[in-house]
Design a protein around this ligand. Sequence first.
Ligand SMILES: *[C@@H]1O[C@H](CO)[C@@H](O)[C@H](O)[C@H]1NC(C)=O
Length: 398
Amino acid sequence: GFSARGLLFTSFHDSHFILILSFIGKRRFKIQKDFLVEVSQVINVGVAGPMMGIIQYGDDPVTEFSLKQFSSSKDLKPAISKIVQKGGLSNVGKALSYINKHFFSDANGNRGGAPNVAVVLVDGWPTDKVEEASRLARESGINIFFVTIEGPDENEKQNVMETNFVDKAVCRTNGFFSLSISSWFALRKEVQSLVKRVCDTDRLVCSKTCLNANDIAFVIDGSSSVGTGNFRTVLQFVANVTQEFEISDTDTRVGIIQYTYEQRLEFAFGQHNNKADLLNAIKHINYWSGGTSTGAAITYAADQLFSKSKPNKRKIMIVITDGRSYDDVRAPALAVHRKGVIAYSIGIAWAIQDDLEYIATDPDRDHSFFMDEFDNLYNVLTKIIHNICNEFNSQPRN
Ligand SMILES: *[C@@H]1O[C@H](CO)[C@@H](O)[C@H](O)[C@H]1NC(C)=O
């Protein structure tokens, strides 16, 4: 398969870091600052990256310095030492919303394509909810790490708003994105380990890539001319395309519509949230058989699928048909193009070139494919993935 990493992450020298601080208690405050000074020295901040900014959170988050404010580790050191404690609650969710909306903006020094990392230091536990805010941040491509220090003891656990808040917040729950430290005095020993992780760009899987940031709708022709055997081949092709993407609720989601004269929602975006379930569901789609109203099917995809698309996902539609549409495709296709859907058309056998080109986003050469036989469908796989990724990488991102 394709490696998105190769396309997107240039190197460690092109990454961003932001460390978020929670300050509670004077001694801890100093320990946190010392920790950040060390991190800032070890990651070697420079103009070519990585860059580092700091937010202090409490009742409300405050940017101590943005990504572009200091361009070397040397300059960061005295700046970190001068940070003054603000105190207050430990509103981590609020802080995550803030970094998502304001911190990683181009105006604040963000560079498109470089991975964004947020390391959240939590003393004890958050005083607000983090799940929703962190999900939105992850969907924008921010890799969230949690460092929890001296978590709640048995008596304090009842004060925690969300149990398992770390698992709900981090980029992936595989242990890579969370560090639990039993005592403040042990924090220093974790500098190397933390820096190693945040710089391991191959594992920063929450970064937005062409493979994890899409809502993909397959609109497949179930008309009588296709036949059972060819319909199986189409499903196999759909499965093969799906296989290339990273599938989860916060990554790429897939929805499928089968159509004849009528339309049927086989499943909606997010209905199958992992690859195994999704591939299994694709395998079990039943062939319908009937007429061919491709235009109505595209409108149906807009209503049933893309209207529920998330704002930070790329909307991709892949229409697969083997014949002339009985209805007009031009107006429905134009309407979805206007809504930002990137449309691909794949025609087989009796499919009509004009239909295919109306459906496809321009340039047609990159979005429209035709072949005489269903057995040649597999040829389109690499072209389509390649195109989706090329297009993704040539567009501005946050
Ligand atoms: C799907 O992938 C399998 C395994 O790589 C391959 O054998 C098959 O020809 C592909 N089929 C289609 C229709 O793409």
